[in-house]
Ligand binder design. Structure first.
Ligand SMILES: [Zn+2]
Length: 228
């Protein structure tokens, strides 16, 4: 569809046969100006979407937030790079049709991820599940967005640790070695963190009894067994 060689209109991608595009009647200069304006506007939308995603990860923090943040970060920088590439290309009058399509394909991704987190939380009507565990590490970073994690012994099969996103208050409250209860909303596929509370207020679950499948039930996998 986009053979190299043929000069195409920057506005409508029609093949140029004369000084003015037959399809949209714009000169290449006018088409470049319109394209650059559009790209700037869409880049704004893309940045807003990325911001919406970050806000959603604070409002409904997924248990696996770090993987999602890395993915969205890659999309963010790829999208920004493509936007600059299209804009620079339009300025020089180069062919940008393929770059433009790549950018348009990435544009909705942050919005979709943000929407996914909101829908996952809003449609979630299951009870909070409490997981009894122990803090084994803490991690805080205040680069672009403040990041606070409590590293706890995992209750999920095949995993050693969970990096639980926490608030500033929770981060300050808990120390390494402390036993805690992590409250998790199951979501509709993406478990998200309701909060972390001290384990002292809860009865100690017996190792044979806990039933993670039961709403509000205990999951004591790995708890009370140091060295796991
Ligand atoms: Zn045109």
């Amino acid at each position: 569809m986009f053979r190299s060689g043929a000069q195409r209109c920057l506005h409508c991608d029609a093949v140029l046969t004369g000084p003015v595009c037959e399809s949209c009647e714009l000169t290449p200069q006018a088409a470049a100006l319109i394209l650059r304006r559009k790209i700037i506007l869409r880049t704004g939308l893309f940045l807003l979407g990325s911001l919406a995603f970050v806000v959603a990860t604070y409002r409904y923090p997924p248990l696996d937030v770090d993987g999602m943040l890395v993915f969205c970060g890659v999309v963010f920088f790829a999208g920004l790079g493509l936007a600059i590439w299209v804009e620079r290309g339009a300025l020089r009058g180069s062919q940008v049709a393929i770059r433009k399509r790549l950018f348009l394909a990435l544009l909705p991704v942050p919005w979709l991820l943000a929407g996914l987190l909101v829908v996952n939380a809003k449609l979630d009507d299951a009870k909070v599940r409490r997981h009894y565990t122990r803090v084994v590490g803490k991690f805080a970073m205040s680069a672009i967005v403040p990041t606070r994690r409590l590293v706890v012994v995992s209750w999920r099969a095949g995993r050693r640790y969970e990096r639980v996103p926490v608030s500033q208050g929770e981060y300050a409250e808990f120390h390494v070695g402390q036993e805690v209860v992590v409250e998790i909303h199951p979501g509709i596929g993406i478990p998200w963190v309701a909060g972390v509370v001290p384990a002292s207020g809860f009865p100690v679950p017996s190792a044979g009894d806990p039933s993670p499948a039961q709403p509000g039930g205990w999951s004591a996998r790995g708890s009370r067994s140091p060295g796991r």
